[in-house]
Write a protein that binds this ligand. Sequence first.
Ligand SMILES: [Ca+2]
Ligand SMILES: [Ca+2]
Ligand SMILES: [Ca+2]
Length: 457
Amino acid sequence: MSRQCQKSPCYRAAVLLLWTLLLATACTGSGPGSGPVLTGQTEEGRAKAATPAGTPPCTDADGDGFADAWTCPGLPPEMADCADQDPAVGPDTERFVPAGPFRMGGRPGEAGRDELPMHEVQLSAYCLDRFELAAGPYAAWLAAQGRVPEGPDAANPDAAGRVVDPQRPAEGLTRQEAADWCASRGQQLPTEAQWEKAARGGCEGGSDPARCDAQDERAYPWGQQAPSCARANHRVTGPRGPQPCAEGSLPVAALPDGEGPYGHRNLAGNVWEWTADRYHPAVYGLGPRTDPTGPSSGGVYTMRGGSWSTFSTNMRLSNRMSDQVMGSAVGVRCARSFSTGQPDPTPALAWVTLSGRVDREDGAPLVGRALYVTAFDLADLDPRTGRLRLNGLVATGATVHPRAGHAFAFPAQKWLQPVQAVLDALSAQDLRWTREDGDLTLQAEVFGQPILLHLSA
Ligand SMILES: [Ca+2]
Ligand SMILES: [Ca+2]
Ligand SMILES: [Ca+2]
C-alpha cells in the first residue's frame, strides 16, 4: 500500500471485514456417547487436602476437605478450594490457576493472524469453572427470575425455555445472559487471557518451571496430539472430510481425556464460551501485557474454544472468534478473579459485515469442503501480489464440492458501520479491486488459493 495510505485515517481505522461462508454439504455420522460422569472427591483426597505439605498455614473454613486456594497457593489444582466459605464450591466445580506468566497465542503457519505473535502474558491468580455451565442449573436460575432465553440462537434451553438436556451445556446464551449468570454466583466472565491460560497451562509447568519455554506452548488443552472425538466434541477431520463426533453437544462432564493442565473439561469443543473481552485482531503485539482485558471500547465480543460444529483445524486453544458470526453454539464457564485488569491500548475498530458471493479468480470450481473467512484488515495485504491474504482456510477432503458463486449474507442488524464508508475506505487503498454499481470485487487468496470476493452494500 502507499505511504499516503499508511498515514491516512482510513488505514488507522483498520477496516475489518468478518464473514463466514460455508460451502460444506451436510455431514452425517455418529460419534461416541457421553463420557464418564465426574466422580466426587474421595476420602483419601480429603485427608491429603487437609494437610498440604510445605505450605503456609492453610485453612479449610467451610470444612469441605479442601484448603483455601488463595492463602495456600502451592496446592495442586485438584486440592485447592476456590471459595473456602462455600462448601458447594471445591475443585470438582472450579479449578485454581496460580499467578504467573504463560505463553498466549499461536505459532505462525498454524494459527490465524489474530493469534500472532505468541507472547508472554502475566496473570494474577484466578479460578475458572471446571465445566461449561450445564442447562439444568441455568434454566432453573432463569425460571426463578421469570426470565426466558433472549438469544436468537437459544438451543438448550430453547427459546420457549424448554431444557433439551440438563446435563448438556447451556447453549445459545447471549453474552449478557452469560454475564448475569456469572454475577449471580459472585463470578465474572473470564478474560481471553484467563481462558487461554487455563487451556495452555502456565510457565510453572513444562521443562523449566522458572521460565517460559517451548514446553509451555501446547497447541491443545490436552497437549500436542491431534484432536480426536475422545478429547473434544467437534467435527473431526478424516478421509471423507470433517465428521461430527456427536449429534450436538455432550454432557459437560464428558471427555475426561480432553482435560486441560488444571483439570478443566471441554475447553476445546462442545460449546463456544463467552469471554469478557471485546474482540480485536491486533492486541497481541502491543507490548507487555499484565491481566489484559481487551480493548476498552467496541461492541464486538470474543468467544473461545470452538463447538461441536467446529472443525479439527480450529480446535487449537489459541483460536479466537467474535460474536459477529450468527448461529454459533455458545455457552459459558465463569471465572473467579480479584485482580484489576488492564485494558489493551488500541484504537476503536471500524466493523462491517457485507453480503455478496465468492468465486475463484480463474473461474474454476472452488475446491474444498468449506471456506471459512474471518477478520482481516489492510495489514493482510501482500504487497507483492496486491492480494489480501485471508485469515481463513480451505478445509480439504477427498471429496470436492464445487460451489462457486455460493451466496452469503448477514442480518442487517450486524452492520455496525455505514457499509458505503467502508467500501470507500477500501477503494482508497492500493488493493486490486474493481467496482461497479457500488459493488466491490477484491482479489484475495486463502492459503494460496486465489479467490474473488464480491462485496455489495
Ligand atoms: Ca474448604
Ligand atoms: Ca469450598
Ligand atoms: Ca467448550
